[in-house]
Design a protein around this ligand. Sequence first.
Ligand SMILES: *Cc1c(COP(=O)(O)O)cnc(C)c1O
Length: 437
Amino acid sequence: MRYQSTRSQTQPVDLATALRQGIAPDGGLYVPTSLPAFDPHDLNAGSGLPATASRLLAPFFADSPLQDELTDLCAEALELPLPIVEFEPGRSWILELFHGPTAAFKDFAARFLAACMARLRSSSDPVQTVIVATSGDTGGAVAAAFHRRPGFRVVILYPEGRVSARQAHQLGAFGDNIHTFCVQGNFDDCQRLAKQALNDRELNDALHLTSANSISIGRLLPQISYYANASLQLWRELSRPIDVIVPTGNLGNALACILAREMGLPIGEVVLATNANRTLPDYFSGQEYLGRPGLQTLANAMDVGDPSNFERLAWFFRDRDLRTADIHSISVDDETIRQTIRRVDAEHQLALCPHTACAVEVLRQRRAAGIVTPHLIAATAHPAKFDEVVEPLLGREIEPPPALAELLSRPSHAEPLAAGFEEVRRALEHLKHSARC
Ligand SMILES: *Cc1c(COP(=O)(O)O)cnc(C)c1O
């Protein structure tokens, strides 16, 4: 498989190059030049996520140096619990994507990317610097995936005051080869700074920068596999495709779901549940695409006003009308998130994180609109990661899962950083000379 930029058709590259570079030289995002097609009858859902993933991802890895390592890679990175919990009897299910080391779905993709990059590296290569802008969860997942991996350092940029206290603690709790910066700006600033750094020749020469944001194709690909696995399992039971609701910020997770469907998996409509950031709902209701500054909400990992993966989504649908492609988007405001967290706990004895609450509210709205089809909801984080929001609403404590509890028991440190590129440049250049990797 070859990969090209969303912005030009110049010289497609192989997977290894796309993974190493993160972002294409022209500033576009890497996309596979074609999508493989599968017949669900040929796929076995019962074989587990690593097996499903290595089968589905094989065409994407063909002719790359990782081709023969894919099975190992999937076993190493994707062997995480992946429960499908019934929500409305026989009609809707929740796909719990938060049982990895940092209690958010991003663990799957970050671990997969790290496993790929570690295998692409040769021992004589200089130390690579993985730069990652995070709205809260990406940074932790990437840090956990690269922590103490020889040959890599990680630079995390997170927006001050815009992540939960537990997220902030987690981001600064790794130490060793993980460098955490608390940026005086919002997530869009962090993302812009990371992109600028990645496009800066001098910094690249000095630090061998690469990205681990959802702009990396190595994050997008593995996410296809859990939608594939879950939709196949439910298809066996229901004999029909399932509609999927995905809490959406930068559109990485939801795009993977859409790609799974385009590859032939039994997925029906894909519904993008956003918080008060209305860029996608406005677009899918017929308005022009209008990127805008991100608004701060309770579902902070989705505080994105200009989703970076929209460019990829538009590319995949370049010959079709995206607005008639069975993709919908609904915005949920903070007050409704609060009501949903309370209601679902009262009715189902189930605590939701604020992101997953957006998706569950979207299901309620679709049911109220008379849509009776079976649905799958992606649950993107464990509620204990957002205890400041969830606990006061429920009036009880939410126990963190063991891996998260362990991180929270460590000391934590982040360097403050102004939101300017010169400041970032200086901080990065300083790393080059620091004693820590
Ligand atoms: C990152 C994140 C999202 C948004 O995912 P995208 O791929 O950016 O759309 C939703 N929920 C949680 C908990 C997240 O960490």
